[in-house]
Design a protein around this ligand. Structure first.
Ligand code: GDP
Length: 443
């Protein structure tokens, strides 16, 4: 999705603008500096266009002396991933040297920039906004994030900067994946598997928001992790603490909450309480992960209290693989979320799974394999005639998706499809990721 990033000085009203554009109260807004802690990002629809909206915040509490440096630091990666940056300034405070400095830096980033002049209610606001032409960022858009004035024009200006929506051509789609964005990771599993403990351990501090505010448990809030390889966005951390609806049992809730989270994610870590082993709900969640075409890493938690570790690992892996053939070869990581022991293995495993999920097999190699595969074991006879498959091509990654062209392809039985999928998985080294086949009749 196109990414829209809101950047600007503390307290100019970024979070209010974020909420206004998102149409829901996603961020906690308060007049005091330092209230918005984590960078938030949310997928929303702006005038029928699906976009990702990112709020840069988290440095509000810093010393004003260094505020520009911090602004830049905290915005850098967000701005790098942006298609459009909404640079938010405050009409009431006029032109501010920090803003000027930041504008100068921003101009060099080669991004579309829309200048939003917030708190610009009424005539005085419009006049203040005109002054902002001097940033050299084009037309200033006077808005009141709080009251909603000027938001329509702002949205229009932002949408005008976005690249045209891709036609839904699957073959094109394949070439157009944006790889610079943070990897989106969801942590799912049954209640008490240790998800929150794990997230806190990953963040290195008690940061998962567990507050009693109704909005906090319902809305999806992302937090960001960083390792040598780049940024990882932990989606829906608030969902970890989602409360069951009245008509849900706790168990059902764990499945539906997982579904919500994994829809936002690229990689899903399924946390299993290794002491309890695999439960039906774990399998249900794993099935959802597979059905939604996400890649999965199996995390066996509470490793500190286990005795026969190897046997447990094998039993759990077997159970998952037997129930879900698409998870054959799935990455398994074991650790103690409580002590932190072993969790350093998690992100590397996540990255590997992600790379597999993104894999593109070169067409030449693919068809060499394919020739051999159908020679070794040819498509079956159906209604007295042999089915024909002529060639194969990969149309998509995330997950790897292949189209096979032939005649009467709708008749190709499941076990032959499985034979092909297993062959692809083994030959092109794609363990643990869903692989999709589609068929087309060519005449
Ligand atoms: P969540 O519902 O999946 O978010 O689970 P929590 O993170 O709240 O953990 C549930 C319980 O399991 C808490 O009492 C944790 O202290 C405990 N727990 C979590 N991880 C571990 C672990 O690695 N080892 C042990 N022994 N206990 C753990």
């Amino acid at each position: 999705l196109p990414v829209i990033v809101i950047a600007g000085r503390p307290n100019v009203g970024k979070s209010t603008l974020f909420n206004r554009l998102a149409g829901r109260r996603y961020a906690i807004v308060n007049d005091q500096p330092g209230v918005t802690r984590d960078r938030k990002s949310v997928d929303i629809e702006l005038r029928y266009r699906n976009v990702t909206l990112v709020d840069t915040a988290g440095w509000e509490e810093d010393d004003p002396q260094t505020v520009f440096g911090r602004m830049r630091q905290s915005s850098e990666s967000a701005v790098a991933s942006a298609d459009v940056v909404i640079f938010c300034v405050d009409a009431r405070s006029g032109i501010n040297p920090v803003d000027e400095h930041f504008a100068q830096w921003l101009r060099k980033q080669g991004k579309h920039i829309i200048l939003a002049v917030n708190k610009a209610e009424g005539n005085a606001g419009n006049i203040a906004a005109l002054e902002m032409y001097s940033f050299g960022l084009g037309e200033p858009y006077p808005v009141s994030a709080e009251h909603g004035n000027g938001i329509g024009d702002l949205i229009e200006a932002v949408l005008d900067c976005l690249p045209n929506e891709e036609e839904n051509d699957e073959f094109e789609d394949f070439e157009n994946e944006n790889v610079d964005r943070p990897l989106k990771l969801a942590i799912v599993g049954r209640p008490n598997a240790g998800k929150s403990t794990l997230v806190n351990q990953l963040l290195g501090e008690q940061r998962v928001i567990t507050g009693p505010e109704a909005g906090l448990t319902r809305d999806s809030i992302s937090v960001f992790l960083r390792d040598e390889e780049g940024e990882v966005e932990l989606v829906d951390t608030a969902g970890l603490r989602r409360k069951a609806r009245i008509d849900e049992t706790l168990e059902k809730m764990s499945v539906s909450a997982s579904l919500e989270a994994l829809k936002m994610a690229e990689v899903v870590v399924l946390v299993i309480d290794a002491e309890l082993g695999v439960h039906e709900q774990d399998l249900q969640i794993a099935r959802l992960i597979e059905r939604e075409g996400r890649c999965c890493v199996l995390a066996l938690n509470k490793w500190d209290i286990l005795e026969d570790r190897e046997a447990v690992r094998q039993a759990i892996k077997d159970r998952i693989e037997i129930s879900l053939t698409q998870m054959n070869g799935i990455a398994v990581v074991s650790f103690s979320a409580l002590t932190g022991r072993g969790i350093h293995k998690l992100l590397p495993a996540v990255r590997r799974a992600y790379a597999i999920w993104n894999k593109r097999v070169p067409t030449g190699a693919l068809n060499r394999w394919f020739e051999e595969a159908i020679t070794r074991h040819s498509p079956p006879m159906v209604e007295g005639r042999r089915l024909k498959i002529r060639y194969i091509t990969q149309i998509k990654a995330r997950p790897p998706t292949f189209v096979l062209f032939g005649t009467r392809t709708s008749k190709i039985p499941m076990d032959y499809q499985r034979y092909l999928v297993n062959g692809l998985r083994a030959t092109f080294d794609m363990p643990g990721t869903p692989i999709r086949l589609q068929f087309r009749d060519s005449k």
